[in-house]
Design a protein around this ligand. Structure first.
Ligand SMILES: *[C@@H]1O[C@H](CO)[C@@H](O)[C@H](O)[C@H]1NC(C)=O
Ligand SMILES: *[C@@H]1O[C@H](CO)[C@@H](O)[C@H](O)[C@H]1NC(C)=O
Ligand SMILES: *[C@@H]1O[C@H](CO)[C@@H](O)[C@H](O)[C@H]1NC(C)=O
Length: 439
């Protein structure tokens, strides 16, 4: 399959780092729920599902991802993490305005703004405090000393700055920071709210699809995102497989969309599961803002913002599951919400699958590849071998049959470094970092 000079099959992905327990016994609190690089890619934030009764979201870890060119020792643990466990659904970095860095996190109901700071020095030699923090009796202090900074291991710290509460009745599924750097949106099953980053006690409702009579409810909002450079434009996707583009200049309440993207259903493919599998689990604008990508249960679609009638590209993620929809319905996997992401220059897209497989689609070269995140090939610098799922007929060596795929192992969240071929892939409770071997 490997073509000469370019496509995603020519990149050799190799193992770089894995975080998390080896244990197969996964606690709810250890399930990774989001991964997000900061805008230049040096920091990677992750969140987890936390305990059931935790009131407000705290990022699980903010980790430094050393660009490989600068990594002195690739096996050294350069992912420094701080671990505080509370449930998180989404994390979004704010564009950097000054030396300080901020991110937004959300759980089902509450959004929080965090200040992220890094420390590699620690003050020592206080007059009224011991090094371990205990206070000294002032009467014992006979001389004054000048405290000094001493180097220490790099620490990343997150401190809560603002809490945006009480604006959502249903579960928040998305937050998205606007390109104006002043506002952001938050979306739940039925409503989308617009916030000013400075104001915590007020938000504006910009979409409300709640019917007067809840029994008439046929559609819910599944994801929403601001356009990367038009601050008046945002999109939201629905459980019926539609994407609506709204213009905030048109009216204060954007219940009337300005564009609606929807692919007409192929009548030959109609089945009991049609509506469930067409539900969109993620929508992401390309960096350029010209395209958007949506993920539904079986495929990834690329839409040109100038064409509403059908996607310009469709990539099958695991079409072999079409014959398994009945059992995937019975074990609830059919409701899994897979996310998708673009690489730095929008030429490749990535999304997850079952059996800890993840897929990449090279748009220009029309190539695709299936890779696996597993402990078995997590030796330093070991190259990931492309995997192949065999669908009926004779199984070749190195192929895995559809019937032996493990549906408990799934990759829902992935992130691509904005500048380099470095990816973060979250299996249920492990975070893997892979990178281009050339690096
Ligand atoms: C990302 O994080 C690094 C490390 O803290 C920082 O130097 C950089 O400015 C951040 N990038 C942006 C765009 O915020
Ligand atoms: C219909 O199903 C076939 C395979 O069974 C698939 O290749 C095709 O993309 C599907 N069409 C649509 C519109 O989803
Ligand atoms: C996009 O970036 C990849 C490396 O990340 C590179 O191989 C490819 O040539 C780039 N494509 C374009 C169109 O610039």
């Amino acid at each position: 399959v490997a073509g000469a000079g370019g496509g995603c099959n020519d990149v050799q992905w190799c193992f770089s780092q894995v975080k998390g327990a080896i244990d197969d016994d996964v606690a709810e609190a250890d399930i990774i729920s989001t991964v997000e690089f900061n805008h230049s890619g040096e920091l990677l934030a992750t969140g987890d599902k936390g305990g059931p009764c935790q009131p407000a979201p705290v990022p699980r870890g903010v980790q430094r991802v050393q660009a490989p060119s600068r990594a002195t020792n690739p096996s050294s643990d350069y992912l420094k993490s701080l671990e505080i466990e509370e449930k998180i659904n989404k994390i979004r970095w704010l564009p950097q305005k000054n030396a300080a860095q901020f991110l937004l996190s959300t759980n089902d109901k509450t959004i929080k703004l965090w200040k992220i700071s890094e420390r590699d020095k620690r003050p020592e030699g206080y007059n009224l405090k011991e090094e371990d923090g205990r206070y000294r009796d002032p009467n014992t202090v006979t001389t004054l000393r000048v405290p000094v900074f001493r180097p220490m291991d790099l620490m990343v710290e997150a401190s809560p700055r603002r809490v945006f509460a009480n604006a959502h009745t249903y579960h928040i599924n998305s937050i998205s920071v606007n390109s104006d750097c002043e506002t952001y949106l938050s979306a739940d099953d039925l409503r989308i709210n617009l916030w000013n980053l400075e104001i915590t006690d007020r938000s504006f409702n910009i979409v409300d699809i709640k019917p007067t009579n809840m029994e008439e409810l046929t559609e819910v909002i599944t994801a929403a995102e601001f356009h990367p450079n038009q601050c008046n434009t945002f999109v939201y996707s629905s459980s019926k497989g539609t994407i609506r583009l709204c213009d905030m200049r048109a009216s204060a309440l954007c219940d009337q969309h300005s564009k609606m993207f929807e692919e007409p259903e192929d009548p030959n493919n109609r089945s009991f599961f049609s509506e469930i599998i067409s539900s969109i689990s993620d929508v992401k604008f390309s960096h350029s803002g010209r395209y958007m990508m949506t993920r539904d249960y079986l495929s990834v679609k690329i839409w040109d913002l100038n064409m509403e009638t059908r996607p310009v590209e469709t990539y099958q993620v695991h079409e072999y599951l079409r014959s398994k929809l009945c059992s995937l319905y019975e074990n609830d996997c059919i409701f899994d919400k897979f996310e998708c992401c673009w690489n730095g220059n929008d030429s490749v897209v990535m999304t997850g699958s079952y059996n800890n497989f993840f897929r990449m689609f090279d748009r220009g070269y029309r190539q695709d590849v299936t890779l696996e995140a597993s402990r078995e090939n997590s030796k330093p610098r070991s190259v990931l071998k492309p995997r192949k799922v065999c669908t009926g007929g004779k199984r070749k060596k190195d192929e895995i049959s559809v019937d032996s795929l493990d549906f408990n192992k799934k990759i829902l969240h992935t992130a691509w470094h904005p500048l380099d071929n470095i990816i973060a892939v979250a299996t249920t409770n492990n975070l893997y970092i892979f990178q281009d071997k050339l690096n």
